[in-house]
Write a protein that binds this ligand. Sequence first.
Ligand code: 3PY
Ligand code: MG
Length: 231
Amino acid sequence: MLGHSLVAESIAALGFDWISIDLQHGAIGEADLVPMLQAVSRFDVTPFVRVASNDPASIGRALDAGVMGVIAPMVNDRAEAEALVAACRYPPRGIRSFGPYRAALYGGADYAACANDEIACVAMIETRRALDNLEEIAATPGLDGLFIGPSDLALALGLAPSIDCEEAEHARTVANIREAARSAGIACGIVASKPDLARRRVRDGFEFVGLISDVIFLVSGAASALKEVRS
Ligand code: 3PY
Ligand code: MG
């Protein structure tokens, strides 16, 4: 969420499997994307972006900068999921325009040949309409995964927004989304802010778990150090 290459580099150096540069929430501008991707490219970490919206122009620009996975927020129905997939793929599988000015540097000489198969295309499930259209979204040809936004999902269910929401209806809905992904043969991911919940999500079969976030790590680390000093 913090738009500086040193933040991305510091997090990538810790050994995470993947990072997501969040252009939807947080303080990262589009101009921060290239330096952040350059900073993480020397590590064995897969760089994802969460785009601000499911918009082919923004998705194309993030891909050209060298992200290897796209997460689109608030995907509501099959048509929106198809539009997301098309934005991530070169013709004939999609509508992505060619110009991978940095992606080809990062991905190598076979970038154009491999991009359609290797870039992950992920739809967030976090709205009421998405729940109504869950199976159709999960079965979208070319979609690689579903990603649950627990806070927006809580709002969609009439609950208070919380990343670590553990209300029974929320838990049931999370399990349904996980099952829809499994039936469609695609991956399912979710965000957690507490390590024990992240571990439980992995045990429950989630293929990818996001451990939020740079801002929360910064504030919680500073807060606990300050508390200790004050005491
Ligand atoms: C949500 O909880 O709604 C998210 O999008 C998490 O990033
Ligand atoms: Mg959300």
